[in-house]
Write a protein that binds this ligand. Structure first.
Ligand code: C5P
Length: 235
């Protein structure tokens, strides 16, 4: 079951806090939350984050932290005052790093703890990239191992591709959160995403959060695009 009544998090991939805040107002409550990533945070920083947060929606801060445990724990601590609803780290950073990230998040005051998520394997990588890195596992087995380690570290879920929803749901049980990008409403331009699924398909397979960017943000009317997706989901 989704933590958020509306599972759609709209990816605001822009360096401009004014643009992001406007998009946030345009989509309003037709989405469950907003996602801000590296492009935004590198340009606009904590101040830009605070500007978008004023719109009052849950924010997934997608910074994919990856460093030694002590440094990642410090980064998580530095981000806690922003009160992101969701924060993520690379599962490839290892068990100790993820445990340190969790421990740092646990220091948040009551009600201010972000949901902590591990990024398994970037969907831009494939089997040949794994082999080049000296990793002989099949992609699905590697993703499953990373997801299992994420759960072992005490994080609440992973970012995964739509094609991995069923395996990971079966493996890690009903409470483990699956956050899925690469979602395209039927008929939408797939852009640079290679493996796509519609919002309803991904939700019905067991995704908790659907990350949707350009089908909403590049539409002439972002609000209307978000409302159409919500309607498709029966919301
Ligand atoms: O515009 P689009 O719907 O493709 O945006 C998807 C969002 O999800 C982007 O912010 C992208 O960085 C992110 N993402 C992704 N694939 C991953 C992880 C994150 O597309 N494997």
């Amino acid at each position: 079951m989704s933590t958020f009544e509306n599972p759609v998090f709209c990816a605001l991939d822009t360096p401009s806090p004014d643009k992001a805040a406007k998009l946030a107002r345009d989509v309003g409550t037709a989405v469950g939350g907003l996602k801000l990533g590296l492009e935004f945070f590198m340009a606009a920083g904590p101040q830009g984050f605070a500007q978008v947060a004023k719109e009052g929606r849950p924010i997934f801060l997608d910074l994919k932290l990856h460093d030694i445990p002590n440094t990642v724990a410090g980064a998580v601590r530095s981000l806690l005052p922003l009160k992101p609803a969701i924060l993520n780290v690379h599962a490839q950073g290892g068990l100790a790093m993820m445990k340190a990230a969790k421990a740092a998040a646990d220091e948040a005051p009551d009600g201010g703890r972000p949901i902590m998520i591990g990024v398994t394997m970037m969907t831009s990588l494939d089997q040949s990239d794994l082999e080049r890195q000296g990793n002989r596992l099949a992609t699905t087995d590697y993703v499953r191992r990373l997801a299992e380690q994420t759960a072992e570290a005490g994080l609440e879920g992973v970012v995964c591709s739509a094609l991995e929803i069923e395996t990971l749901r079966a493996d890690l049980g009903p409470d483990f959160k699956l956050i899925v990008p690469g979602i395209r409403p039927a008929g939408a331009d797939i852009g640079d995403q290679k493996r796509v699924m519609t919002p309803a398909e991904a939700r019905d397979l067991g995704a908790d959060i659907l990350v949707i960017g350009r089908p909403i943000t590049a539409a002439d009317d972002a609000g209307a695009a978000a409302r159409a997706i919500a309607a498709d989901l029966g919301l």
